[in-house]
Design a protein around this ligand. Structure first.
Ligand SMILES: Cc1cc2nc3c(=O)[nH]c(=O)nc-3n(C[C@H](O)[C@H](O)[C@H](O)COP(=O)(O)O)c2cc1C
Length: 223
């Protein structure tokens, strides 16, 4: 059982990374092989808009994308994460998704009207978890990124589940696992009146996220 994880964040051991690692830990506890990449390390060029992928089902630029496509295809489960940047995903992850557009979500026109999204990849059942992290206090900031995730990754699961983790209110690196004294410092910085209550609330919220991440990691293995 192979789990392939793609992280759109730039921060190694940042919030997205920590949550994704917890998911992978859950998957490994059930015997899965896991691999994680940061999109920023892949040196993927941006889409040039030639639209050849619509016809060919693969991008015509030769910069290592085919290797990523192979890993996605061979994966039994996928984890895709991004911090929210400007109410969306990071630019790097969007570049990768643009490059994968014709591969995983080729649009074809149905005779008589309508459109259908198809994929050139092996139609293997893949469970998918997406991770979205944000500084904002409420999850609506992830709506637009989620819309694209659901549309594109929805071509890959073939009956597998697609679940999302939206972790909010976490700006500093590693805030998702901050201990109480760190949250108190954050509260003081923002001049929150009841620093104790603020810290307790943030920690309880984050604990829930991390527990769910581990559980979803275990569930990724369900066939
Ligand atoms: C350039 C930039 C833009 C951001 N835009 C948003 C935003 O629109 N909404 C939000 O809630 N958080 C925003 N954030 C905060 C990040 O989503 C947050 O810090 C997240 O936890 C970072 O995840 P990471 O540690 O995995 O990199 C932004 C951060 C940066 C650096």
């Amino acid at each position: 059982m192979k789990v392939y994880a793609i992280n759109g964040s730039f921060r190694n051991e940042g919030n997205t990374d920590i949550i994704m690692e917890k998911i992978l830990e859950g998957a490994r506890s059930g015997g899965a092989d896991t691999e994680k990449v940061f999109v920023d390390d892949l040196n993927i060029k941006s889409c040039q808009g030639c639209l050849e992928c619509r016809q060919e089902g693969i991008c015509q630029q030769d910069d290592g994308l085919t290797d990523i496509v192979r890993k996605i295809e061979q994966a039994d489960a996928l984890v895709v994460g991004t911090p929210i940047y400007g109410n969306y995903m990071t630019g790097q992850l969007k570049i990768l998704l643009d490059r994968l557009m014709g591969v995983i979500s080729r649009i074809t026109y149905v005779p008589g009207g309508g459109i259908k999204s198809i994929t050139r990849l092996e139609p293997r059942k893949r469970n998918i978890v997406t991770v979205l992290t944000a500084g904002a206090p409420t999850p609506e900031c992830a709506d637009d990124a989620l819309k694209l995730f659901r549309r594109m990754l929805g071509s890959l699961n073939n009956g597998g589940f697609m679940e999302e983790i939206i972790a909010v209110g976490i700006n500093p690196k590693g805030a998702i696992v901050f201990p109480k004294e760190e949250w108190i410092k954050v509260a003081e910085k923002y001049r929150v009146p009841d620093t104790e209550a603020y810290a307790e609330k943030a920690m309880a919220r984050n604990r829930e996220v991390m527990e769910r991440a581990f559980k979803l990691g275990q569930e990724l293995l369900k066939k």
